[in-house]
Design a protein around this ligand. Structure first.
Ligand SMILES: Cc1ncc(COP(=O)(O)O)c(C=O)c1O
Length: 402
């Protein structure tokens, strides 16, 4: 669907204008986003869930979960729903009930920040290890908190190179190690093997912390029983995005941290009558309610079904793309389909994520086989199209005066 704007948004939205047509501005935003939706398949937001029940009831008032999620004082907050979300995710991950703490964040990035701040506070001389395939937020956070970073090689398929991790750890045995594993790397959805990381840390007798950045794959892998934070795994924390697999229509996430590693656990604040344990002060209670609703309506089985359906669309996408003669692959657990960056004509129409020679589409729940068919047809046409040859440079005719 192509969209022809009915107004110049930047001009129409300019707040210095005397008359602003508020409805027209909002309608234009919605129309542009709706028109772009069918070809927006490069980024991992599920589009199959209906959140209107929450928006209709809660959308007209401020819900502020300021302070610790366990605090029950105050009014107009959704902390009871937030606690239910945290308990559900922690149970799904098999975290021991007597050693867990978490809250609803603004997204995966804040979850990573909260967990790494807690780990670094406990191990202030630690080196923080993460791979070249880790999300850019990890490097930023390590630099923000003033820690020393160690970048470990990742294989071309995105998984951490454990031999390189071992070599890097061996050189830094004097200091504790905080290692960030990724469960669902941004480009290929690779999952770092935490038991292999643990084995490296054990081999060199390292103290420290293992954090999992599971922004995309946290919930689907936990539903499969493939991601656990029970005692055996010795994983200290995890960050998950709420607007990815759970499709919440506002950026949000969940962080879970072993309660026993939080030192100190937080300061009491008189003004808010709460304990200051979270990164931000005011926190979005609407996001917690939306997460709670997405979980309450579908439950574990519903979400397992969503993950299975999305993976079968991803498998279909690999087949259809390969049938055009273009390469494509995915991990068996993945929604992400990786391919060599397609011709410009395809990229101009389809919002794929591209990193140099590599592009991906992500078959999140709600992406249909019809969309995949349309993409494959455009790809096939672009591959068949003759490559325009550069024109010969124009040489002006030279006339010589006789
Ligand atoms: C692996 C990984 N970690 C963290 C993030 C950041 O999550 P958010 O956008 O929710 O802050 C992303 C986002 O794409 C991601 O892919």
């Amino acid at each position: 669907m192509t969209h022809t704007p009915t107004l110049d948004l930047a001009v129409a939205a300019d707040l210095s204008r005397e008359h602003i047509d508020v409805a027209a501005v909002l309608d234009e935003l919605v129309a542009a986003a709706a028109a772009a939706a069918p070809t927006s398949i490069g980024y991992p937001g599920a589009v199959d869930l209906d959140h209107t029940a929450v928006m209709a009831r809660l959308g007209a008032r401020l819900w502020n979960n300021i302070g610790d999620p366990s605090d029950t004082s105050g009014v107009a907050h959704t902390r009871v729903l937030e606690q239910a979300v945290i308990a559900w995710v922690a149970e799904l991950l098999g975290m021991p009930a007597d050693d867990r703490w978490g809250y609803v964040t603004t997204g995966g990035t804040e979850g990573n920040l909260s967990a790494l701040v807690a780990a670094y506070r406990r191990w202030p001389t630690a080196r923080i290890f993460f791979s070249t395939a880790a999300h850019y937020s990890i490097r930023k956070i390590v630099e923000m908190i003033g820690a020393r970073k160690v970048v470990v090689r990742a294989h071309p398929d995105g998984e951490m190179d454990y031999d390189d991790l071992a070599a890097q750890v061996r050189k830094r045995r004097r200091w504790p190690a905080i290692v960030v594993a990724t469960a669902g790397t941004t480009m290929t959805e690779a999952v770092d093997d935490t038991s292999r990381i643990r084995a490296v840390l054990t081999e060199y007798d390292m103290a420290g912390h293992l954090h999992v950045d599971a922004a995309l794959s946290g919930i689907p892998l936990a539903l499969d029983g493939k991601l656990r934070l029970d005692d055996a795994r010795q994983i200290g924390s995890i960050a998950i995005s709420g607007h990815k697999f759970l499709g919440v229509p506002t950026p949000c996430g969940v962080v879970l941290i072993r309660d026993s590693i939080r030192t100190p656990a937080g300061h009491p604040i008189a003004y808010t009558n709460s304990i200051d344990t979270t990164i931000t002060g005011s926190r979005c209670g609407l996001a917690a309610a939306l997460l709670w609703h997405a979980i309450a309506v579908h439950g574990r089985e519903g979400h397992r079904w969503r993950a299975a359906e999305a993976r079968s669309v991803a498998a279909y996408a690999v087949q259809k793309i390969r049938a055009t003669g273009w390469r494509a692959w995915r991990y068996p657990h993945a929604f992400t389909v990786v391919m060599p960056t397609p011709p410009e004509a395809v990229r101009a129409k389809w919002l794929l994520a591209t990193d140099g020679q590599l592009s991906h589409l992500i078959c999140m729940p709600g992406i249909t086989t019809g969309q995949i068919d349309a993409l494959a047809a455009d790809l096939a046409a672009a591959i068949r199209a003759p490559i325009p040859r550069p024109r010969a440079p124009h040489t002006p005719e030279v006339t010589t005066a006789s």
